[in-house]
Every structure is written in structure tokens, then in C-alpha cells.
Design a protein around this ligand. Sequence first.
Ligand code: NPG
Length: 370
Amino acid sequence: MTRVRSLELRLVAIPLVRPFRTSFGESTEKVCVIARVETDDALGWGECVSDVEPNFSEEWNDGAWNVIRDFLAPAMFAAGDVDVERLASVFAFVRGNPMAKATLENAVLDAELRAQGRSLASYLGAVRDRVGCGVSVGIAPSTDVLLEQVGGYLAEGYRRIKLKIEPGTDVDRVRAVREAYREILLSVDANAAYRLTDVEVFRALDEFGLLMVEQPLHHEDLWEHSLLQREIRTDVCLDESIRSAADARAAIELGSCRIVNIKQGRVGGLLEAKRVHDVAAEFGVPVWCGGMLETGIGRSTNLALAALPNFRLPGDTSATSRYFAEDLTEPLVLEADGTLPVPNGPGIGVDPDPARLEAATRRTERFEKE
Ligand code: NPG
């Protein structure tokens, strides 16, 4: 049981080393909400994976901040002594908003595990101490720039390259990368930019031996994904469409995907993420750990999750240098074999550097238990 005494929210901003463009927009800096909870016994950290605008999902930073401030935090304080495994039921009166809920649940879990001196990886049931890493390459200004970026990441040791794609340049860009690098694990991510009538694009992509095509169609359309999957050889992977273990079960039963991307924030936190992992494992469907350009706080959280047994493909858990010149935490450094170590200290195993956190902070608000 854990009693949360106070909560501090911060909006932080850190420049990205290079702009990151997807089919829905471009970011040049990482802006996110960081929660710090103080319990009777420890401090805990949670990073919210929402972004400045509601374009990856319905959630966005200011919305998440308000949902936490006006609904989730008061409910958490009113609950008094809470078992982190019951926190989701305390939050259940708020519909949706998984990213906001995950922020608090993860912070409370971090504090609880720090108080016990236990690592998050061990709590979740990790079976490895290093995880294989891939990298997600944003839509580049030209094919030449893309080839140069891919070459740089491969030289660093990344085990899988994921290309963001959008209608118009998709097939030519993928062909160029495949011709330059015949043997690599290569996948594409459409972020829901296509329609079922674009099936010919996916048939063309079938020729490039891709590991998967991620979230090709609308995020609310499992049915159309099942139709597309029947028409193409490449495995469909779902990301935006999977917001819970129930969604994962439905998608797998319908044949909408053969691979699942797990982002703990998108599904409401680590506990639901583990349930998504377990459902997929039950069906023999591999999962991998997605990324949302997290700082070292969120990325360390992801690394613990990615150490579970059914995470069988390299994740978007890249090194700090792929994102930031300076992270909030000590940098996470890629080994030459393309892995990152799973943090093994108490809780998420890392702490933000107080000076860097302060320098990155744009706004702070504190809430105390009455
Ligand atoms: O390495 O963290 C990373 C980025 C991985 O491509 C990535 N994330 O659609 O999966 C995505 C995309 C994303 C990033 C989406 C930020 C929304 C915000």
C-alpha cells in the first residue's frame, strides 16, 4: 500500500538533435509532462507520452495536465492508501485518457518499487538484462538524406530500421533503402495515413521483404486492417489501434495484425502493457516496444518492459544520442551489438538530473494531499 502525499507536474522541453517528421507532422523539440510523486517512503517519476497536439491520439499535453489536475490526482489523494494494482480502478470513472492515467500509475509504481528496493524489470518479470534496439527514421527531405541517415544508424549498431512513410514517396524510398541494404531488418510505419483503396501500395511493398507494415489504416478500423492483412504477405503490426489488452485480443482474433507494438503510455500504463503482452503471447503473436521520443525517464521505463519474454523483435528503444544532445537523465548508450542494458536499480533505475530538469522546465504545479 502506498500513500501519495504530493504530486508535482512539470512541462519540460528539450531540443531534438534532428527534426522528426511523420505522416502527421514534424517536431523539432520534445515537449512533455513529467510527474513526480512523493509517498510516505519514496519519490517516483512518470513521463506522459502525449505530445503538444492531439494528432497521434486524442490526448495532448495540456489536456493530460488538466485531466490529471482536475480528476485523476484528486481521486488518487481521496483514495488514501492505494495499492498500485488498484489505481486503474480508482481512475476508471474517467473514460479514456490512457496517457494521463499511465503517467500517475507509473510514478506511483516507481515510488513503491523504490521503497522496496526492487527494480521495475524484476517486478514485471523480465527475462533478459539487455534488449535489442531498432531506430525509427523520420520522413527525410530526400532519398539521399534518408540513405545517409540509415547508413549512420546501421554503423552505430541498430538492429532494425523502421522508415516512416507517407503516400507519394513510399515505394521509391523503401526500394532505395532495400537496394542499398539487402540484409537488414527493415519495416515501415504509416501512422494511419492510408486507406484500404491503397492496397496496391502495400502489394508493391510486399516485394521488399519487410518485417512488418505498421498501422497502415485508420486507428479505429480493426475490420479494414483485417481485410488488408488478407490481401498482403507482409505482417501488419498495429500501434495506434491497440489501446488495451481487449483491443489486442480483438485485433488478433479478427486477423487485423500478426504483430503488436506495445507502448505502455498508449495502453494506460505498465500493468495494462503487461496484459497486452500476455494476450499476444497466448496467441503466439510477437510484440515489440514502441517509443514516443521519451526522455531517459520514459525510455528506462520502456527498457524494463521490453525485457519481458514475448518482446521478440527489436524495439524503438534507441540511445539518448538519437534524440537529444542532453537528456534529463544520464545518457543511455547503445552497445556495439545494438543493445541497451535494462536498468537494474530500484524502480525505473534512473533519476533526472536536478539541474537539467530545472533548465528544461517551462511550467510547474504542485498538489498536496489535504
Ligand atoms: O524512437 O521513440 C522513438 C520514436 C519512435 O516512431 C516512433 N514513434 O508513431 O510510433 C510512432 C512515433 C511517435 C513518436 C508517435 C512521437 C508520436 C509521438
